[in-house]
Design a protein around this ligand. Structure first.
Ligand SMILES: Nc1ncnc2c1ncn2[C@@H]1O[C@H](COP(=O)(O)OP(=O)(O)OP(=O)(O)O)[C@@H](O)[C@H]1O
Length: 358
């Protein structure tokens, strides 16, 4: 199995003095995949990317690229292109010279170089910008040049270190889509570091969720969102309500005066104390009293969010209110208002269970 992976990380540890930034990280990345390292600040994602690039050596562990052990390979002999958060272009060089910078050592003739630069500029949608200087370009355009430069030598691996973080929201959303399309077209194996879950969900084939130096979950965006393995993943990717409960067996969970039915047998391996979780969009309204998991709630607050309304629901004497999102379409039939009592439902198949909670 491991010989199929384009990039293979085996038991990577990284120590900075006494601080362990990466703990036994193992990961396989297939050729052509777009993988996002996602996690909060300090979780170790940049440290891992730097090891893959050869900018840092791991304290221990091995790294293979295209079947070759590259753990000790110096940067200049590695096959990758990289884009950083800050554009990192040379301000005194033209766009063409910035892009051609990586081609110098590759023995390209002047005319080959010009043709390659012009191809790359067309690829990133900046044809005709050869003679401009970085300062004459917008942030988004500078990041496109940085991308063209990273791709100049047709590397086997493209590394993107928070490439969109410095851009404003509209440019970011646009460039997100463009990078994704370009990556699909070129088929280049790509790793992007981001702390932005929306970015990871929209761009990645596979998300690697990291927390405190370890991988919490690896999966497609759909898997990670719909089936989070841990409360951390559940909360970090998307939004989640949590409810402390006692496991009464047969999928029945008790929380205060509430008795919630989860999917049959789903609580078997979780022990007595559990954490239940439900996404705001999975809470239903207009239920009937005899529906399973149907309950009364008081609407504490309503917030208009464009295509949906976010409501804050107080359930009995539960400490934390639940957040429920209602589409505008559904809202028009509901006539909800602040302070009102409402019947809602926590569908059994939408309740996640996490075990071992104190
Ligand atoms: N060169 C270094 N020397 C000492 N500690 C470091 C070094 N580089 C990283 N660390 C520490 O290792 C941990 C992981 O850092 P890393 O930069 O990989 O996190 P990150 O997830 O990329 O966070 P951010 O998004 O803030 O960059 C942090 O606690 C950081 O302070």
């Amino acid at each position: 199995m491991s010989n199929q992976a384009y990039l293979e990380l085996q038991n990577i540890h990284q120590m900075f003095g006494a601080h362990q930034a990466l703990k036994d990280v193992s990961l396989n990345i297939q050729e052509g995949e777009f993988v996002c390292f996602l996690g909060p600040s300090g979780c170790g994602k940049t440290s891992l990317l730097r090891i893959i690039a050869g900018l840092d050596m791991p304290t221990s562990g091995k790294l293979f690229q295209a079947g070759e052990n590259i753990t000790q390979t110096p940067i200049k002999h590695r096959d990758f292109g990289i884009v950083f958060q800050s554009y990192a272009l040379f301000p005194n060089l033209t766009v063409a010279d910035n892009i051609a910078y990586g081609l110098v050592s590759k023995h390209f003739s002047q005319s080959d170089k010009r043709a390659r630069v012009s191809d790359l500029l067309a690829t990133v949608g900046l044809s005709g910008s050869e003679t401009k200087y970085p300062a004459q370009l917008s942030g988004g355009q500078q990041q496109r040049v940085a991308l063209a430069r990273a791709l100049a030598t047709s590397p086997g691996l493209l590394l993107l270190d928070e490439p969109l973080s410095a851009l404003d929201a509209r440019v970011r959303a646009h460039l997100r889509q463009e990078i994704k399309q370009l990556q699909e077209k070129l088929g280049v194996t790509t790793i992007m570091v981001t702390h932005d879950q929306e970015e990871a969900l929209t761009m990645a084939d596979k998300i690697v969720v990291m927390n405190q130096g370890v991988i919490e979950q690896i999966g497609t965006p759909q898997e990670v969102y719909a089936h989070p393995n841990t409360p951390f993943v559940a909360e970090f990717v998307g939004e989640m309500n949590f409810i402390q409960a006692k496991n009464s067996g047969d999928g029945l969970m008790q929380s205060g005066t509430l008795m919630l039915q989860c999917q049959p047998n789903s609580g078997t391996n979780f022990g007595e104390n559990v954490k239940l979780a439900i996404r705001p969009e999975d809470i239903r309204f207009n239920g009937h009293e005899d529906d399973k998991n149907s309950l009364n709630a008081q609407v504490l607050h309503l917030e208009f969010l464009g295509s949906r309304v976010r409501s804050l629901l107080q359930i009995d004497n539960h400490e934390t209110p639940l957040i429920a999102d209602i589409s505008m379409n559904e809202m028009s039939g509901l006539n909800l208002s602040q302070g009102q009592s409402v019947r809602c439902q926590l569908p059994a198949d939408r309740l996640h269970i996490f075990g071992g909670q104190a």
